[in-house]
Design a protein around this ligand. Structure first.
Ligand SMILES: Cc1cc2nc3c(=O)[nH]c(=O)nc-3n(C[C@H](O)[C@H](O)[C@H](O)COP(=O)(O)OP(=O)(O)OC[C@H]3O[C@@H](n4cnc5c(N)ncnc54)[C@H](O)[C@@H]3O)c2cc1C
Length: 298
């Protein structure tokens, strides 16, 4: 069906029935683009970033909209689960509240009812709010293509601004969240230009849990959005928190390590200098929040 919409180039819309059909359409030589909620695709088409001949709607494919427990207390999240569903799902809220918090931080209720987690990750914006949660939860992104299934760790998925590790003809079908460590506490702190409805100037996700095998007795995972070409983990901060007695000084040192790791740029939302300062502030706040929720005092 040929579609013409005001402000959009002309395109064919195809509602795919099977993964095989998707792979064929993506490889048929005509410029094609996958479509889920469309909240990135249509904005980018309107702005002239690309002009696909075909939009291939994949959100109705089997399993794409379901959330299921895996045998080992992890979760399998269909790539087309919308962000309101994700933020409110009882299993996500109970076992992975950090992911619910990240999903809830995206834009407005209306937008979240269209926007999907898979679309957020595949769009691969440095500012994608679910990406830091996927990184600290060590999610596996499951892709299907004509050569079968490929499982891509979140830390290998983001390859550049707007670039991801999917190969030609591949589609993201689900996001698997492995079982959490025992007694985890997570926080996602986001700074935007306003309280709601804006992309992050800085986003910081922290997951912490007790672990007797580390020198400090705890392990922390930290990831940042909007301050580097891709969402990133911060191993230097994590190492500090695992190797030193945790208190104000160690938390400050880890927050400074986050600032050093960040490679922010100037854009319409903030200057690089402001972002750099805010990474440190928000990393410190997120660490304090997690440490306090773990029942400790810095
Ligand atoms: C007003 C507004 C506010 C926004 N605010 C935020 C915000 O606060 N935080 C934030 O993170 N984002 C924000 N966004 C961006 C956007 O809403 C999110 O990135 C959203 O999650 C994208 O999901 P979608 O389902 O709409 O993706 P789509 O637009 O359908 O797709 C996004 C990209 O992924 C590709 N794709 C889609 N499905 C697949 C698949 N299964 N396999 C492989 N590739 C696929 C598409 O081809 C496209 O390139 C905002 C957007 C708007 C318009």
């Amino acid at each position: 069906m040929k579609s013409v919409r005001p402000g959009l180039p002309e395109f064919d819309y195809i509602r795919a029935e099977t993964i095989e059909q998707v792979s064929e359409l993506l490889k048929n030589g005509k410029p094609s683009r996958l479509l889920m909620g469309g909240t990135d695709v249509f904005v980018q088409m309107r702005d002239g970033a690309f002009s696909p001949a075909i939009l291939v709607d994949v959100k109705h494919l089997p399993g794409m909209q379901s959330i299921q427990k895996t045998g080992n207390k992890g979760l399998r999240i269909g790539a087309a689960v919308d962000l309101n569903t994700l933020a409110g799902h009882p299993e996500v809220v109970k076992s992975f509240p950090l992911l619910a918090e990240a999903a809830q931080s995206v834009a407005s209720y209306q937008l979240r009812s269209r926007a999907t987690m898979g679309g957020n990750l595949c769009n691969a914006s440095p500012a994608a709010d679910t990406a830091p949660a996927a990184l600290v939860l060590e999610a596996i992104l499951v892709a299907q293509g004509s050569n079968g299934e490929r499982r891509i760790p979140a830390h290998d998925f983001f390859t550049g601004p707007g670039q991801n590790a999917l190969q030609d003809g591949e589609i993201l079908t689900s996001i698997e969240i492995p079982p959490p460590p025992k007694g985890p506490v997570g926080r996602y702190l986001k700074l935007g230009r306003n309280a709601e409805g804006d992309l992050a100037i800085v986003g910081v996700a922290v997951l912490g849990y007790a672990d007797k095998t580390s020198e400090s007795g705890f392990r922390f995972r930290m990831a940042l959005s909007s301050v580097a070409p891709t969402p990133i983990r911060v191993p230097t901060a994590e190492d500090i928190l695992e190797s030193r007695t945790i208190g104000d000084e160690t938390i400050s040192a880890a927050a400074q390590a986050a600032r050093k790791t960040a490679k922010p740029i100037d854009d319409v939302r903030a200057s690089a200098g402001y972002r750099s300062a805010m990474v440190e502030v928000h990393a410190r706040r997120a660490l304090h929040a997690v440490w306090t929720a773990l029942g400790r005092e810095a």
